[in-house]
Design a protein around this ligand. Structure first.
Ligand SMILES: Cc1cc2nc3c(=O)[nH]c(=O)nc-3n(C[C@H](O)[C@H](O)[C@H](O)COP(=O)(O)OP(=O)(O)OC[C@H]3O[C@@H](n4cnc5c(N)ncnc54)[C@H](O)[C@@H]3O)c2cc1C
Length: 437
């Protein structure tokens, strides 16, 4: 019997959740008593939702359950920056594997189109915007990273625009960025609305249980999950809790949980918007992996995301420090907004693997684990969940083979060495990002 020691918690005010039109809707049930399901998925994030929906297509007569510790939209899937990425977000190295990049790109595009179809078919209010993305830098020492990114785009024949400081300033309303590359395919959303929207349209044979943290798991015989009030027996069990797969003992020493932070301003108005005249919603991802992400939203707010530290659970001191850093990053880019302040600040988990491969495998006779989204789980979780369901159902495809070939995360040392190593790496990355934080 595994006793789960660490559970998800609310960390700050989750801006996207608070602003979502679905916030007050009841999307899930409360679990009590003893029940049986053919399939149970732990985690109502993008991965869990996609797994459940696809399983429901393969097994329309089966009973499927998703169990979620918080409310849907309050986990990392509702806390992210809402970038539904088509291309790898961060810099690529010198050795470009064009075929691998192309196939990952195709899978991301597949995920985007699956999500688009659902949003359109059900008229979900998720603030969908085909914004594209700016990979941008302030520090000219990072130009080689942008060059590598451009080489990767050339290798996969993906069009892009390379912008100098003047053009970046016209497009972004700040002189901060000396160089940027714009690509068209990324989508931005309110991520909490999107995940709650997906919960609203779950197939009829899927039951969603919210506020249902799994406290203990018995894997002897039929997997059984124990909650505060009752238990569920699972014919097959899928761990789709990303960073928390670690605490659920489904990480197989190959994932490292990290925390990152976001703040969002109130809607800007009047003189504050002068620098943004003629500028529509946009999304910037620093070309440096540890740099700051910035979103200018349709309702004229600015989102700042930066600071990464090695941990599963957040603490107040680190939270306050990150919020101060957000203020500095805002002022560095938009000095005239120093007074604007943040309406919401929150933190959430990402789950890193050493070689960037996700974890995607059967870990026991009746158990499966999907994790290690490496900070890009909106699209990646959507396609990995879809193909995990295919894997369980025995449905083969070139896409599933590709995923299986590229889901061999390297071994990471156990605690406390993992924490020390990940902290040192995060500290070094942030230092090397310089003013791009
Ligand atoms: C601030 C921030 C910004 C980010 N920006 C982006 C971005 O712009 N684009 C992008 O693609 N990714 C981004 N990410 C990463 C992205 O949020 C994750 O990759 C994504 O949420 C992973 O989805 P998932 O479904 O695999 O896991 P999660 O979203 O983490 O879902 C797992 C769920 O499992 C639940 N759970 C955990 N333990 C238990 C338990 N014991 N019992 C029951 N339920 C449990 C959790 O509450 C959680 O809701 C960001 C993350 C953060 C924190």
């Amino acid at each position: 019997m595994n006793t789960i020691k660490k559970h998800p918690q609310l960390d700050g005010d989750i801006g996207w959740y608070e602003m979502s039109p679905y916030k007050d809707e009841i999307l899930g049930k409360t679990h009590s008593g003893q029940s049986n399901y053919d399939f149970v998925i732990i985690g109502a994030g993008y991965t869990g939702m996609a797994t459940a929906s696809r399983l429901a297509e393969h097994y329309p007569q089966s009973k499927i359950a998703i169990v979620e510790a918080l409310r849907v939209g309050q986990g990392a899937s509702g806390r992210n920056s809402g970038y539904v990425v088509d291309l790898p977000l961060s810099a690529v190295g010198d050795n470009i594997n064009a075929s691998k990049e192309q196939q990952s790109f195709a899978l991301n595009k597949f995920a985007i189109e699956c999500l688009r179809e659902k949003v359109n078919a059900h008229n979900l209010a998720v603030d969908w915007c085909d914004s594209g993305k700016y990979a941008a830098i302030h520090e000219t020492k990072h130009i080689p990273i942008l060059n590598n990114f451009a080489r990767m785009l050339d290798a996969i024949n993906e069009p892009y625009e390379r912008l100098d400081q003047a053009e970046s300033t016209t497009r972004l309303g700040t002189e901060f960025y000396t160089h940027s590359i714009y690509t068209q395919g990324m989508v931005v959303v309110n991520p909490a609305s999107l995940i709650m929207g997906l919960a609203k349209i779950l197939p009829n044979n899927v039951d969603l249980f919210e506020n249902a943290p799994v406290r203990r798991i018995d894997l002897d015989g039929t997997p059984t999950l124990h909650f505060d009030h009752g238990s569920i027996c699972a014919g097959k069990l899928v761990f789709a809790a990303n960073a928390f797969n670690e605490s659920l003992k489904a990480g197989n020493n190959r994932i490292a949980p990290m925390i990152t932070y976001s703040s969002i301003t109130r809607p800007l108005s009047g003189k504050e918007l002068e620098a943004f005249k003629g500028i529509n919603e946009y999304a910037i991802r620093s070309a440096h992996a540890a740099g700051t992400s910035i979103r200018f939203t349709a309702d004229k707010r600015l989102l700042i995301r930066n600071s990464i530290r090695a941990a599963l659970m957040d603490n107040r001191k680190a939270f306050n420090k990150a919020r101060q850093k957000h203020q500095q990053s805002l002022v560095n880019r938009f000095p005239h907004l120093a007074h604007a302040g943040f309406e919401y600040t929150w933190s959430g988990n990402i789950c890193i693997t050493l070689n960037k491969d996700p974890l995607f495998e059967q870990i026991g006779e009746h158990t499966y684990s999907v994790a290690g989204m490496n900070g890009a789980g909106v699209a990646k979780g959507t396609y990995l969940g879809h193909y995990m369901a295919d894997f369980i159902a025995g449905v083969e495809s070139p896409e599933l083979s590709f995923i299986q070939q590229h889901s061999q995360p390297s071994w990471v040392p156990p605690e406390p060495f993992r924490h020390i190593g990940a902290s040192l790496a995060a500290g070094y990355e942030e230092y090397s990002a310089g003013k791009d934080v």
